[in-house]
Design a protein around this ligand. Structure first.
Ligand code: PHE
Length: 414
């Protein structure tokens, strides 16, 4: 019945296939693979993905093909890979077109990176991480967006002593991962202290700043003895990942003989973790190309996000002749008589208060005859809580000009 309903919803009368993928979502799918957020330099999702890979590189190692990393498997996958081979029941809610983006009846935008596990097993891989963009139709709020990013991991052992042993290895490995991520030295010690932990200066963790974790029973079609790992973070239990021992039929779909081998798998979402680790309050910010967002992050560093305003800026330019301080002014101990940008900033701040966001020198030239220097400054006004009116900004600009004429007359001339 469910299959029939799906067919009728997705198929037009002429037999042409109707997709429920919107243009907006399709643009994300088609992004050049090097632009995707989980591989974009400096992006928090990229830093977090690298931290995860780094943990496995350190604990398992990439020598002799031990660990393989995949970051650009195509996001368009078959329903076979996404659901059937993972034993997702025909009537499972995740298959519904209300939840999953169908390109056509047998092709979807992957709803999880787990969709690649069986194919990679068939290629003969026994230990790998797959990261990528995943797509789900969902409610809209600060924590949900139709596109997000996941990392999945698989490890298969030939001749493992027992399933208990595999589960122990899984729990030990993922406990280590949680410690690696949540004890990772935050750049700002004050932030670490506020989070109630010690910033390990040498990058190594000590027992006294171990992050508390707990295991919660869970249910996934493709694993048994499934668990979720939660971490105690700022007083709340935060769900970090799902995992379990791979079902024999999943191994079979991957051409692995479950009589001779067994393995574990886990999957985690990058956005929710990055939101808590970097203090990013809204999932849409990850897509921002606003410099005030992008410039805040460096490769490999977990830094605390500083919020900025969503209200529009107002720019005002101001040009002035300035008198440069003599080059030796500081060294001979006399007060430097010359123009200094900090004085201008101070003056603007005293007039505009917190409404000034930025002052940048946009142009500077020296008059060929008089040798006098002219600087142009762009002042950006922006409120963090409302749109500014033209009148108030013009009024402020007049007062700033007035003040410059008054108190900086020795070093600047409008
Ligand atoms: N694919 C699951 C999800 O998206 C996570 C998972 C992966 C759980 C592998 C167990 C094993 O929630």
């Amino acid at each position: 019945v469910a299959a029939a309903r799906r067919t009728s919803r997705l198929t037009m009368q002429a037999g042409a296939t109707l997709s429920n993928v919107t243009e907006n979502v399709m643009q994300r799918v088609r992004m050049p693979s090097g632009d995707k957020l989980h591989v974009r330099p400096h992006h928090p999702l990229c830093t977090l993905r690298r931290l995860i890979e780094e943990y496995f590189e350190q604990s398992i190692g990439r020598e002799s093909g031990g660990l393989q990393l995949f970051t650009d498997m195509p996001a368009v996958v078959s329903t076979t890979a996404c659901f059937d081979e993972l034993l997702v029941a025909r009537d499972h809610p995740s298959r519904r077109p209300t939840d999953t983006y169908y390109v056509d009846e047998s092709t979807v935008l992957r709803a999880h990176t787990t969709a690649h596990d069986t194919e990679l097993l068939r290629r003969g891989l026994r230990c790998f991480l797959v990261s990528g963009d995943v797509y789900r139709r969902d409610a809209i709020d600060r924590k949900h967006y139709p596109v997000f990013h996941q990392v999945d991991g698989v490890r298969v052992f030939e001749n493992a002593p027992s399933e208990d042993w595999v589960l122990d290895d899984l729990k030990r490995t993922l406990f280590g991962l949680a410690q690696h991520l949540f004890r990772y030295p935050v750049q700002d010690a004050a932030v670490a202290a506020a989070d109630g932990r010690v910033a390990a200066t040498d990058g190594t963790a000590t027992d006294d700043n171990e992050v508390p974790v707990r295991w919660v029973d869970a249910e996934f079609p493709f694993t048994r003895r499934s668990l979720e790992l939660e971490v105690l973070w700022q007083g709340e239990w935060l769900e970090v990942l799902g995992c379990g021992v791979l079902q024999p039929d999943v191994l079979r779909a991957g051409n692995v003989d479950p009589k001779r081998a067994s393995g574990w798998a886990f999957g985690l979402g990058l956005e929710r973790l990055a939101m808590v680790l970097f203090g990013i309050p809204d999932i849409r910010l990850f897509w921002s190309s606003d410099r005030r967002f992008t410039s805040q992050f460096r490769d490999g560093a977990i830094t605390r996000f500083r919020p900025f305003s969503k209200y529009p800026p107002v720019y005002k330019d101001i040009s002035m002749w300035v008198k440069d301080a003599p080059a030796d002014a500081d060294s001979n101990g006399t007060a430097a008589v010359g123009f200094h940008e900090n004085d201008l900033c101070e003056l603007v701040r005293s007039v505009a208060g917190d409404l000034v966001e930025d002052i940048t020198c946009t142009d500077s030239f020296v008059h060929p005859k008089t040798k006098r220097r002219s600087n142009c400054y762009r002042i950006t006004f922006r409120s963090t809580e409302r749109s500014l009116t033209d009148e108030e900004i013009n009024d402020m600009q007049f007062r700033i000009r007035d003040q410059i004429a008054h108190s900086m007359s020795r070093v600047a001339e409008l």
